[in-house]
Design a protein around this ligand. Sequence first.
Ligand code: MG
Length: 466
Amino acid sequence: MNDQAPLMLSVSGARGIVGESMTPEVASRFAWVFGSGLVAAGGDAPTVCLGRDSRASGESLAEAAANGLMAAGCDVIDLGIVATPTTGVMVTATASVGGIMITASHNPNPWNGIKCIESTGSAPPASVAERVIAGFRDHDGDLPVIDADRALLMESRGDDTHIARVLGQIDPVPICAREYSVVLDSVNGAGCRSGLKLLQLLGCEVLHLNGDPTGDFAHTPEPKESNLGTLMELTAESDAVIGFAQDPDADRLAIVDEDGRYIGEELTLALAAEYVLRNHPEGDEPGVVVANLSTSRMVDDIAARHGGRVVRTAVGEANVVEAMRREEAVIGGEGNGGVIVPGICFIRDSLGAMAFVLASMAQTGKSLKELVDGIPAYSMIKRACALPGSGGPAAVEPVLELVRSHFASAAIDASDGVRIDLEDAWVHVRASNTEPIARVIAEAPQAEAAEALIATVADLAGWTVS
Ligand code: MG
């Protein structure tokens, strides 16, 4: 392992550079530790689902992970190349005790990584993730020989099972009747087949960009505006009513409107939440939307419009999911284009998000642009500041105290850094979980007001933000 390519171990799993810090040995040992925990929890030859994204390195890493799981005493269901949410769906559909997904999400090649999934089909909480990391660090010997009774089963029905769950969340008929023209950019990632199939089943005519799951990413894979030029151009030039962009493991979704304008990933959750709350049965308890503290206030406005309620959590998918279960939320997610639909699985899901946005268009007869115009617009500014040493919460605590005192009369949430909510704007200051930086995020109706909030925090902290 060299210093240029450290193995990154965090609550989201392990990520490294293939052939350097991420090797079959790492994958099998990591899987063995996770599998051993499942066996120790009382499983007699428990079954674990294994999926991978489309990176070329995925096959050998998945094979190694399967060996690690079987050495721990687990049977393995190999799903092949599937989206991360598909692995989550299959863990619950097969009543498996857990899952492993080989993916580095939006990281470019040559990265790859390993994500663990619990029996509930969701990312494990920090306590479980930390136990796996500690076990991985502690063990450097050979793994036990695989017992001859262990089974490795191939399962090709992941995509269809996932799509069936998505279709169960909406009425496909009005969407099919519209015969929408859609551009889909799957970045040659894990969502190629399932994304296309879902849209075709919804009666869409699909122009599929980067639709071969080769793992050869045609552009920088994170679905940000700067990486989606071709999608924006083709959506504008063609008669498409919408453009969708998936990330390599198809958990995140970004959207382009019929004019080719990138509407921003914050709107993916906002549009999906709008549809779900609009259709929440009257007379039931108010529908709950769960979002992290850095997610746009658009969801609050939408919830207010439909008599719903928003619950905020610390940043991190596991935190959002934990609150969704506790509150029996109707939808949840994060402002990075990650929508979580309880009836599908407790993992961010680009397929569910696409279905909800199309269902909303079909139900209202509105264009995407009209739906976006119906949601109050804000300007969100995201800045960062390098922290000394390895950063972390302790490094920002003195600044948080200054911010809390300065905004003493505002609504303050201190569950993850500090978020200050003013009349029509907010600012959130926190230490990153994965990098030695502080993040300062502000949102206001106008960009100048958001910039001013960032400047106030930077002044109080003595930080240079960029
Ligand atoms: Mg991802």
